[in-house]
Design a binder for this molecule. Structure first.
Ligand SMILES: Cc1ncc(COP(=O)(O)O)c(C=O)c1O
Length: 384
């Protein structure tokens, strides 16, 4: 049956009909008063979502573009930076920093494990000359579905005093609390196709006053991603270049939906979806890559041992039109990932788990009691 695809990947995520309909409207002039009002409303909504009074700038870019902008606007060639790498995205920020000739030190953890805040503390405390200009890390490492302890690492950065903290919140924002002002996060990057319940195409960067100060002396090359013009025009509810007007129509509606749900409810929903998914996976006897206490609320990485991860994905897609994400790099074929980020409900999890059970039966996996996964997920939903 056509047009029945169910996206259970951690981005792009499902988009509500209201948002799709808004995007389907005729474009309007990006310098018109009507559009200016939409920009103003979106900017206010973005601040609300980020729990900040700082500017949150919108770029025509994916999450990677937002992060690249977040790195290049505040640093100069040769600046020493610490980059956390415990997965595909942390690894990417190291590559971006290297591409711009920063002096990069990578702090690694095995993929599937969280970054160790102590390793950051040691480096930051030892830096008496205050040479470290930034710490760059991924909050929710989507490739392994691990959440890093941003709060603690940020505390060590604050104790250092000089370094900026630059955060990839691409799959934590809108799923997990990212209290930008309370924690004093300097630069926070994200992308529309994740917790925003939007299609891909918009990148967002929140910038603190301390980061703007660094901007004044930062010398890395920048043009399209020079955040100065974005800041200046945002103050007038405008943009420096032609923005994807229709995506703003959608963003306006999506932010309103999020606001109506409320931050606490959004976080509670994602936590519930995560708990239910993990309970179901355990009940089915399939392994989990990440431990419970470091599980991201955006996705669950399943590491089956008695059945091929890729076979599960293939049957799920072919028979049930449910898209699951695979593993990346050395985790390819070893894990599959169930996304539960954005416009996802309890029903979606129950459907997905039921389809996984049917898939396991089809693949001849016998080490589970049919119904056990759905029962475990339903129990979590009944209790929360
Ligand atoms: C944590 C994280 N960071 C960065 C990105 C990259 O975002 P994009 O693909 O929008 O450039 C992703 C995408 O999945 C992600 O999950």
């Amino acid at each position: 049956m056509d047009d029945k695809l169910m996206l259970m990947i951690p981005g792009p995520t499902p988009v509500p009909e209201q948002v799709l309909l808004a995007i389907a409207k005729h474009p309007i002039g990006h310098r018109s008063g009507d559009f200016s009002k939409i920009i103003g409303e979106c900017n206010e909504g973005l601040k609300w979502l980020h729990q900040t009074k700082n500017e949150v700038l919108t770029l025509a870019a994916s999450g990677t573009g937002a992060m690249e902008a977040g790195i290049i606007n505040f640093l100069s060639p040769g600046d020493r930076v610490l980059v956390g790498n415990n997965g595909k995205f942390g690894e990417r920020w190291g590559k971006v920093a290297q591409a711009y000739n920063l002096n990069v030190e990578i702090i690694t953890a095995e993929w599937g494990q969280p970054l160790d805040p102590e390793k950051f503390r040691e480096k930051l405390e030892a830096d008496k000359e205050k040479e470290i200009k930034a710490v760059i890390l991924t909050h929710s490492e989507t490739s392994t579905a691990v959440i890093n302890d941003l709060e603690t690492i940020n505390r060590h950065v604050k104790a250092h005093g000089e370094a900026l903290i630059i955060v990839d919140a691409v799959t934590s924002l809108g799923a997990t609390s990212v209290p930008v002002d309370e924690w004093g996060l300097d630069v926070v990057g994200s992308g529309s196709q994740k917790g925003y319940m939007m299609p891909p195409g918009l990148g967002f960067v929140a910038v603190s006053p301390k980061a703007w100060k660094a901007y004044e002396t930062a010398k890395l090359p920048r043009f399209y991603f020079d955040l100065g013009p974005y800041r200046k025009t945002a103050a007038k509810n405008s943009t420096p270049f032609t923005p994807p007007v229709n995506l703003y129509f959608g963003l306006q509606v999506a932010l309103k939906m999020l606001k109506d749900e409320g931050l606490e409810n959004i976080f509670a929903r994602h936590l519930r979806l995560t708990k239910a998914t993990r309970a179901a996976v355990k009940a089915l006897g399939l392994g989990l890559l990440a431990a419970d206490d470091v599980a991201s609320n955006a996705a669950t990485a399943v590491a089956p041992t008695q059945v091929e991860a890729e076979e599960i994905r293939t049957v799920m897609k072919k028979k049930f039109d449910i898209a699951l994400a695979g593993g990346q790099d050395h985790l390819k074929g070893k894990i599959f990932r169930i996304g539960h980020l954005g416009f996802v409900s309890d029903r979606d999890i129950l459907t997905c788990i039921a389809a996984i059970e049917a898939t396991l039966q089809e693949l001849g996996y016998e080490s589970f009691t049919p119904g056990a996964g759905v029962t475990a997920a339903a129990k979590v939903f009944a209790e929360s």
